[in-house]
Design a protein around this ligand. Sequence first.
Ligand SMILES: Cc1ncc(COP(=O)(O)O)c(C=O)c1O
Length: 480
Amino acid sequence: MRAAMTARFPLEPDATEMRHLVDEAMDRIVAHIESLPQQPAQNVEGATEFARTLIESLPQRGQSYEKLLDQLFDELIPRSFNAAGPGYLAYIPGGGIFHSAVADLIADAVNRYVGVCAAAPALAQLEANVVRWLCEIVGFPRGAGGGLASGGSLANLTAITTARDERLGGDFQRGTLYCSTEVHHSFQKAVHLAGFPKKNIREIAVDAKFRMRTDLLEEAIEHDRQKGFTPFLVIGSAGTTGTGAVDDLARLAAIARASGLWFHVDGAYGALFAMTDRGRERLRGMEEADSVILDPHKTLFLPFGTGAVLLRDAGALRRTHSMHADYLPQMQTEDELVDFCEISPELSRDFRGLRVWLPLKMFGITPFRQQLDEKLDLAAVVTAELRKIKGIEIVAEPQLSIMAFRVVKPGLAEKELNELNRNLLERINARKRVMLTPTVLSGRFVIRICVVSHRTHRDRIDMAVEDVRAAVDEVLSPES
Ligand SMILES: Cc1ncc(COP(=O)(O)O)c(C=O)c1O
């Protein structure tokens, strides 16, 4: 009877079919994850040409599930940066803990609606707890709150829009915003999308450690006031993407308070290091912010798709995002219960809280803290080891777990040095045990190492050092 139904209604698989779907996928997933350390750190030669061959029209008929899985695991997934692997020291890794993947399966399978509290109060509360825990990590007082976004960029947009409404209301065209030259570009994007003219952004120069020059910030605020602008927001970086620099957040908080500015902290990469003793010390002042963003899909090792925006005054988010509609259920009036649609641009959305809640409840915070402590240690180790290699210049010491270096050769002009370092990076990455990415600092092409993934341990850092050493020998040898 049930089999006949499944044949008639293929979108409603029966128990056997459901198990088959999951088992077939799980066999391949487990084999994939177990082989991550042996997989190349990236494998994208010819991948774009291959991608072009995949364009196809809307399928009218179905195909074998097993064949589709094989195509995914054998042909499509391998042709990429191995962002889940231990050798991915590029951009900002996260790794992707498996427990969150299981949570996603549960959340998608039960498909409860958490956009409004009334539809699933207990599940909404579970997600609200996640936000409370993140506020606790940041050091925010009672009364703080926020929500989960798809990532740091959306979290930045939510924070900037809220700050705009709180401080400037509808008349904001003369409002000016202050960031360092090293700020993540999602800030400029958020400012633009929030309706500000791009020319209202003041990019303040950085010091030798790539931190915002607070003396120049104060001058810029004063200068703008005299010109009739309304200085209203300063963003501090709790770990820049380029070099991992942590702005002097305590000083920025003091300046913001004295000048009546909103103090926003971009902690997409760095804020969660506050779980560790060393991180908390380095991030001192973050707890004084009006808003903080952070990315569990970076430093809580979650799969891509989870950022968070946290506000010192939870009510501010509601004041910006709350809208009435007659077809929606009654919204909550108590502070303890949250309607996520009232504090974010989204109405319908995935039940994303579960992917953070499940691993944190299963393990508590300790293994996450240990992992982050290990990353701080590994960044120090890789810096010390690279410093021993003749020709290497450490351009940025790790303030958290990102460092930057380059090779120097006497007699070469800056342009030639940049070419030499481009060549060096290609040679390191060609070995495929690690993947590193560059940035440009005041015209200098430098190579970054970002240690974040929960799968990266000392053995992989030793491989990174070996590969850099071998590549440096090649580019500095008289024959090259
Ligand atoms: C410091 C910083 N801020 C913001 C972002 C944007 O975050 P997302 O990629 O999650 O949108 C990033 C991304 O790497 C980042 O490093």
